[in-house]
Structure formats: structure tokens, C-alpha cells
Design a protein around this ligand. Structure first.
Ligand code: ADP
Length: 320
């Protein structure tokens, strides 16, 4: 293999730039030509492909977002769009592709590989940590640290006013951001889509803790676990204590990547190029027990993510 390309797709995540850098520098170190595709599959279909050099990724390792940009491309599910993408790669003489993204991105990668024989390596880049085959995805650690920053700021003001705070964080189907930020930030209540919760119990526990002298409580809600305003109104009515809602929104997507995300980015990017050079079949790259692993794309979609109930129980015990 002489010529490869890299793209970022789906939701952006901190560490994507560090990962592109790792792919580019590993490729150049092995005398491969390396190209960048702009705007994910949307750009690939249109042939938005440019040659990258070592300096293209200078001063990138610490920046959030993705300098290659990312986009949604719903039409990539159609064979015709995939063919255009394959033709664009072939026009540039590109034989291997590294995609950085989430579940959807990996489905596109599998299609390109199955239908057009392109070697594609997938690197998990998403803040949600919602891929079952890997312990962590690039971007998750930074997002949790950003939420932690918000929790400490909120605690200052909630404590001063004797209020309960409900902080909504990202996670439609996967409550990992809420769980990890909840444990690390000492939240009293963690509401996630994976575990049922009882608002009457929460309201009564808040009331009791208030009577014991604990006048501020922090609830962290993953967005997929319920409607923040309805939950806040219900708990306020039942407990008689003021509940203030904060929706953290897109702030948690950005920011300079953490050490953890930069190191995963480096390890995954290096591995992706190594696999392409070894003419490996198309694979998704991940991390298990701190070892870089690979799995076929088929297994990515089949694997069911197990929520860490033990950590959830620890969060509950430590919140008393
Ligand atoms: P993520 O990769 O973060 O899960 P999306 O679900 O938006 O983000 O997927 C990113 C892109 O991957 C989509 O815009 C689309 O181009 C492509 N994609 C998603 N699902 C499929 C599919 N079933 N087949 C082919 N391509 C897909």
C-alpha cells in the first residue's frame, strides 16, 4: 500500500485532531502518501481530497474539533453514493482509508469495504462512549472533564443558595458521561437511560438530606433519561426545595483534549496505519484493559454495551 487517506465523520470529539496527526505522521514515517478528506463521507463523495504533509498537522494536537471538518451524509447509505466515494478514492490512487467517528461512521466503513473492497480502519471518536466493543472512545475523557468543571462551578452557587441543581449532559442511549462525571464530581443523583429511577424516592431523599443539614444536592441527567424541565418541576414540587436546571449542551463537545484522549488518539492512529501497511482486512480499533484491540466491523454493530452497574452502585453509596 502506497497511498492512504483519513477522514472524520459524525459528531466531532476532542482528540480527533490529535488522531489525524498520529495517522499523518505514522504514514509519512513509513513513506506512505497521506491525504485528508474534508467533511467526512459528504466530502468523500464529492472528491474533497487534499494531500497532507507533516506541517499540515502542526499545532493541532491540543485543539478540539476537527480541522478536516465533519458532516452528516445520510445518502451514504445508498450504494450510488458509496460508489462515488470509491471512485473518488480510486481517482487519487488511494487504496486504504482511516475513518474516525462513531457507530454510523463504522457502518459506512463496512459498506465501503464490503461493497467496493476498500481497506478501511475505524477509530472510535465520539464523546458518548457508546461503542460496546471498546472500553473508551477518543473524546469521552475530555467531555467528562469538561462536565466536571461545570459541576464545580455549579456547586459553588448551589451551595450558597441552598438549592438543588439538575445538570443535563449528553448521552441519548448511553449514560457514561453522566455516570463518570457523577462519580468524579460527587453528584448525589445520577439519572441514566440504562437504569430506571424513582422521582418520588429522589424527592423524599432530597427533603430528608435537607432536614439533616445538607442543603444543596447535585443531580446529573443524561439527556436520554428523561425531560429535564419535567423532572426538575416534579422534584421541586415533591421536595419543596428549589431545583435549578442547567443544560450543558455543546460546550461539552469542544475544548482541548485531555492527556488520556491524546494518548488514545496516538495509539489508535498508529495502529490504523500499521494495519493498512500490513494489508489487514478492514477492522475497527479499540481499547480493552489498556491494550489496543481490533474487531471486524460486523462485531461492532452486534455487540451490546454493558452499562457499568457496579460503578453506578458506588456512585449511589458515596452520595449518602
Ligand atoms: P457517528 O459516526 O458519530 O455515529 P452518525 O450516526 O451521524 O455519526 O454517522 C456518520 C455518518 O456515517 C452518516 O452521516 C452517514 O454518512 C454514515 N452512515 C451512518 N449510518 C450508515 C449506514 N447504515 N450505512 C452507510 N453509512 C452510514
Amino acid at each position: 500500500m502506497k497511498r492512504i487517506a483519513v477522514l472524520t465523520s459524525g459528531g466531532d470529539a476532542p482528540g480527533m485532531n490529535a488522531c489525524i496527526r498520529a495517522v499523518v505522521r505514522t504514514a509519512l514515517n513509513n513513506n506512505l502518501d497521506i491525504y485528508g478528506v474534508e467533511r467526512g463521507y459528504a466530502g468523500l463523495v464529492k472528491g474533497e481530497i487534499t494531500r497532507l504533509g507533516s506541517r499540515s498537522v502542526s499545532d493541532m494536537i491540543h485543539k478540539g474539533g476537527t480541522f478536516l471538518k465533519t458532516a452528516r451524509c445520510p445518502e451514504f447509505k445508498d450504494l450510488e453514493a458509496q460508489k462515488q466515494a470509491a471512485d473518488a478514492l480510486s481517482a487519487f490512487g488511494i487504496e486504504g482509508l482511516v475513518v474516525i467517528g462513531g457507530d454510523g461512521t463504522f457502518r459506512g466503513a463496512k459498506d465501503l469495504s464490503d461493497n467496493f473492497g476498500i481497506k478501511v480502519m475505524g477509530i472510535p471518536g465520539t464523546i458518548d462512549n457508546d461503542l460496546a466493543y471498546t472500553d473508551y472512545t477518543v473524546g469521552f475523557d475530555t467531555a467528562v472533564n469538561t462536565v466536571l468543571w461545570a459541576i464545580s462551578n455549579l456547586r459553588d452557587t448551589m451551595h450558597s443558595h441552598d438549592r438543588v441543581c439538575l445538570l443535563e449532559v449528553m448521552g441519548r442511549h448511553c449514560g457514561d458521561i453522566a455516570l463518570y462525571a457523577g462519580v468524579a464530581g460527587g453528584a448525589e443523583y445520577v439519572l441514566v437511560p440504562e437504569i430506571p429511577y424513582d422521582l418520588d424516592e429522589i424527592a423524599s431523599s432530597i427533603k430528608k438530606s435537607y432536614m439533616r443539614g445538607k442543603t444543596s444536592n447535585m443531580m446529573i441527567l443524561a439527556e436520554g433519561a428523561g425531560n429535564r424541565d419535567e423532572i426538575a418541576a416534579y422534584v421541586q414540587e415533591k421536595s419543596g426545595i428549589n431545583v435549578k436546571v442547567t443544560n450543558f449542551g455543546y460546550i461539552q463537545r469542544g475544548g482541548s483534549p485531555s492527556m488520556v484522549d491524546r494518548v488514545y488518539a496516538a495509539r489508535f492512529g498508529y495502529k490504523a496505519v500499521e494495519l493498512l501497511m500490513n494489508d489487514s482486512e478492514s477492522l475497527a480499533i479499540g481499547i480493552k484493559d489498556n491494550k489496543v484491540i481490533t474487531v471486524p466491523f460486523d462485531e461492532v454493530s452486534k455487540a451490546h454495551k454493558n452499562f457499568d452497574k457496579k460503578l453506578y452502585n458506588i456512585a449511589q453509596i458515596l452520595s449518602l
